[in-house]
Design a protein around this ligand. Structure first.
Ligand code: NDP
Length: 273
């Protein structure tokens, strides 16, 4: 069979670990696919997406800043992605493009892989942007009770209203109320992301040893929040686990085959600079 191409569409994409991760997976499964990153600015998004209908293209990943804008350019969007309002994966089926969101189920898979079952538990999500939306919907669908905290309170309140969760401010009182009874904290803000590695989205004083702390940020691999959570005795899960898990689910959508998750995690880790 001819080699099929899968592309990553975003801006910037230069430091993405997805090409290394997916090419390692295609090699492992001996599939005739290659994965390439394409830097695409907003004014070229429509043309880039349209080109995915070509016979030699199997699909794409979509990343910052196009996850929402891409939705109107597709032939179909899966119901979960529609609710979240973001597409990170596209499959080309004979010229018909369907959009999916694998961030939400990828987050849940990474959480469960660590042994944490969210059903019936109380969780706090830091952030109310795209990643936070995926995390809140995932936790809610999995039967968790969720509190959303965001710097911009109005965005937290809107997300909470939409998902039947509660919103709190980034104040001492907000943290106190949100964290009361919580057993899981998820950072879905960009705080702690390189080069601002000394920043943390949650003041250290709120970390308790009975908390599981999941940081979706994966660059650096160990964030300030992760280090402080570890020091406080929390169970800690890093964003690379989510990256590999969402990648694995995208791989399965393109190939119809089970993804080599361990190989993907290892390749992502090795490619992370
Ligand atoms: P968005 O721009 O949509 O949202 C950013 C969020 O971070 C907002 O809630 C914003 O708050 C908050 N924020 C940003 N700067 C600050 C600050 N200085 N202080 C407090 N809050 C701040 O980005 P995304 O949701 O798309 O991505 C967020 C992060 O999630 C990414 O940086 C990435 O690290 C991670 N991610 C990880 C994935 C994985 O697979 N591991 C997948 C996708 C994302 P406000 O509303 O007030 O601006």
């Amino acid at each position: 069979a001819d080699t099929k191409l899968v592309v990553l569409i975003g801006d910037p994409v230069a430091h993405s670990v997805s090409p290394a991760m997916h090419n390692a997976a295609f090699r492992e499964r001996q599939l005739p696919y290659t994965y390439e990153a394409l830097r695409v600015t907003t004014d070229h998004l429509a043309a880039a997406v349209s080109s995915l209908r070509g016979a030699n293209l199997r699909g794409a990943n979509i990343t910052i800043p196009h996850k929402t804008a891409v939705m109107s350019l597709l032939d179909a969007v899966d119901a979960a992605a529609q609710r979240i309002g973001a597409v990170n994966t596209i499959v080309n089926q004979n010229g018909k493009l369907t959009g999916y969101n694998t961030d939400a189920p990828g987050f849940l898979a990474a959480l469960r892989k660590s042994g944490f079952e969210p059903e019936g538990r109380q969780a706090v999500v830091l952030g109310a942007g795209g990643a936070a939306r995926a995390v809140v919907f995932a936790l809610k669908d999995a039967g968790a009770e969720v509190a959303v905290i965001n710097r911009t309170f109005s965005t937290a309140r809107a997300l909470a209203a939409e998902t039947g969760t509660r919103a709190f401010e980034t104040s001492a009182e907000g943290y106190r109320q949100a964290l009361e009874g919580a057993v899981l904290v998820v950072n879905a803000t960009s705080v702690g992301l390189s080069p601002e590695e000394a920043a943390t989205p949650l003041p250290q004083e709120w970390l308790r040893p009975d908390l599981t702390v999941f940081d979706t940020v994966y660059r650096p691999r160990r964030t300030c929040l992760m280090r402080e959570a570890e020091a406080a005795g929390c169970a800690v899960i890093g964003g690379l686990e989510m990256l590999a898990a969402q990648g694995a689910l995208s791989f399965e959508l393109w190939t119809g085959q089970p993804a080599p998750l361990a190989v993907m995690l290892q390749a992502a880790e090795a490619a992370l600079v």
